[in-house]
Write a protein that binds this ligand. Structure first.
Ligand SMILES: Cc1ncc(COP(=O)(O)O)c(C=O)c1O
Length: 434
């Protein structure tokens, strides 16, 4: 039997097994392949297409998971009736989605959803303790914003963010020693969107991106969605192992480096002054954009971390991501990216395709809560509260987990990194953790 399959081996093309599955899927849905019809044996099709047999097996598995084909003893893989039925019953959504289910993992979404359950204390997403929320001050700020600016706060604002908030962010960073103008700032729906836009801006399929291991799962997802090849650089108590980064750069061109230099999620690591300088030097020498995620930079328990990399950015290659989620509250969805103007312009062009306007009211609230000192006051409260919560959690872990978990002792941020004792796997533990 002849299957009409055209495969592309270009780097940006989907994986071959998905192209095979897609080609067969199309023929089943169009009726060119009919229920009961037998597909070529895996080995035969593999030879015909000049691919590994396992590639064809994966394609058939995907079609079987969608109910389009089934394996029958003695007659190989045959077109099932399911495609037929789903066509009659309504649209077969799973078959129309551009990304197969397996490519978009639901387990992180499920973990994050646990935050809304009243019967458990979630450790999944880091937010300030809700009892710290400055509700009266937010109410006051909302009244102020509405009385001062009226209906303008309820209108669309420019893609890059309101001029007022861009100015506030530039001023704050300048007061910390960075050289930032409002045009160097784009406001985003949280730091997470900032990272996603940066991934869209820089990554083509197959590009190498150096990240710390472990690192923030949202960044991993953003880079993976662009089909980056992730190059994990280990972290120790002084932060990213820049010696290993340098060796990685010598082996292959690295398109960008992503780092969380202050109280990293999840390791809690703080990159030392010396490592920061080397990181800046190596990346500038190789002309590699250096993205720093600074969302935990203000949450130190005793000693402030070294200044953000942006402050030492004499080569103009650092791109700084931050937001208010970790010190004020996460539900406002206000974050920002600070970088050279060509990068900010490019990010704005990309952003307008899916999110032309960031919420005006939330931006004005952040301006007001910054101007009247509430942001800084909250940062101080969160520092004390997170430290207390760290100590309580450590104590509970010691009491209940004994030597089965080895936690570290973060000096800031929101995460406690635990190593499991030998033989335990985190995936297996997950169902028992909620
Ligand atoms: C390192 C890091 N970056 C970014 C974010 C996302 O922040 P936002 O709420 O501003 O999108 C998080 C949230 O957990 C984080 O841990």
């Amino acid at each position: 039997m002849d299957l009409d399959l055209e495969l592309s081996r270009a780097t940006e093309a989907p994986p071959i097994y998905r192209q095979i599955a897609e080609g067969i899927r199309r023929q089943i849905l169009s009726g060119d392949l009919t229920p009961g019809q037998r597909l070529p044996p895996e080995r035969e099709l593999a030879v015909h297409l000049n691919v590994n047999r396992s590639t064809v097996v994966s394609a058939y598995d995907e079609l079987a998971a969608e109910g389009l084909v089934e394996g029958r003893v003695g007659s190989g893989t045959v077109v099932s009736r399911a495609g037929d039925d789903s066509a009659r019953q309504g649209i077969a959504w799973n078959m129309l989605f551009a990304q197969a289910k397996g490519e978009l993992s639901p387990w992180i979404r499920d973990i994050l959803a646990s935050g809304y359950r009243s019967d458990l204390i979630t450790l999944a997403a880091s937010e300030p303790a809700p009892e710290l929320y400055p509700l009266a001050e937010v109410e006051g700020a909302a009244k102020f914003v509405l009385s001062q600016l009226g209906g303008d706060t309820l209108r669309y604002s420019p893609t890059e963010g309101t001029p007022r908030l861009r100015e506030v962010i530039a001023r704050r960073l300048t007061s910390r020693g960075a050289n930032v103008d409002p045009e160097n700032v784009i406001v985003t729906a949280g730091a997470e969107q900032g990272i996603d836009l940066l991934a869209q801006c820089f990554i083509s399929a197959g590009d190498d991106v150096a990240i710390e291991t472990p690192t923030y799962v949202g960044a991993i997802q953003a880079f993976q969605r662009r089909r980056a090849r992730l190059v994990g650089i280990p972290v120790d108590e002084e932060g990213m192992r820049v010696d290993i980064l340098e060796r990685a750069i010598a082996r292959r061109p690295i398109k960008l480096v992503f780092t969380i230099p202050s109280f990293s999620n999840p390791s809690g690591a703080v990159t030392s002054y010396e490592r920061r300088n080397r990181l800046l030097e190596i990346t500038s020498r190789h002309q590699i954009p250096l993205i720093e995620d600074n969302v935990y930079g203000d949450i130190y328990f005793e000693t402030p971390p070294p200044p953000p990399l942006l402050v030492e950015n004499s080569y103009d290659h650092v791109i700084h991501v931050d937001g208010v989620s970790k010190v004020l509250f996460a539900g406002l969805r206000v974050g920002w990216v600070v970088g050279p103007t060509p990068v900010i312009d490019q990010l704005a062009l990309i952003k307008q395709y899916s999110d032309g306007f960031t919420g005006t009211f939330s931006q004005e609230l952040v301006c007001r809560l910054t101007d009247n000192g509430i942001l800084d006051r909250q940062a101080a409260l969160v520092r004390a509260s997170n430290k207390k919560r760290r100590d309580l959690l450590l104590e509970a872990l010691r009491r209940h987990a004994g030597d089965r978990l080895s936690p570290n002792l973060p000096s800031g941020g929101a995460y406690l990194w635990c190593e499991l004792s030998d033989g335990m796997k985190s995936r297996e533990l997950l169902p028992y953790a909620s």
